[in-house]
Design a protein. Sequence first.
Length: 143
Amino acid sequence: MKKIRFLLTVFLAAAFGLMIVLPLVAATPTQDLPPRPSTPTPQPPILGAFITLRAWNAPVDAWTAVQWQDGLGDWHDVDGWRGHLDDSEGQEKIWWVAPEDFGTGPFRWLVYGEERDELLAASGGFYLPSRPGEVVIVDVLLP
C-alpha cells in the first residue's frame, strides 16, 4: 500500500508540474524572431574649441564680425561668425570652432557701433585654437 501511495504521489506531482510547464512552453514562439538592428557603437563626441571676444567698453548694441586674411593680405568676413555681443552687459562674443579648423589663421575681430554702422575697433590678428576644449580669448579695448 505504501508503494502505491508513493507512486500515486510521484504521478500527481509530475502531472501538476506538467500543468505548469506546458503552457509556458506552448507560449514560447517556435519561429525565429525578426532581425533587429544591432546596438550602435557609441561614438566619441565631436570636441571643438572656442574663440572669445572681450570687447571692453563696447556699447550694449555693438555688432561683431570675425574676418580671415588671405595670402594677399586681404580680409574677408567669416560666414556665420557675426552678430551682437552675447551677454547682457555687452562685453563678450563666443564662437565654437570645429576640429578641422584648429590652428588656422590669421583671423581678427571687428566691433561696430550697430549692425555694420560704424567700425569702432579691430583686434590684432590671432589663430584659432589648436586642440579640443581650448579657448582663445581676444581682448579689444574700445575708447
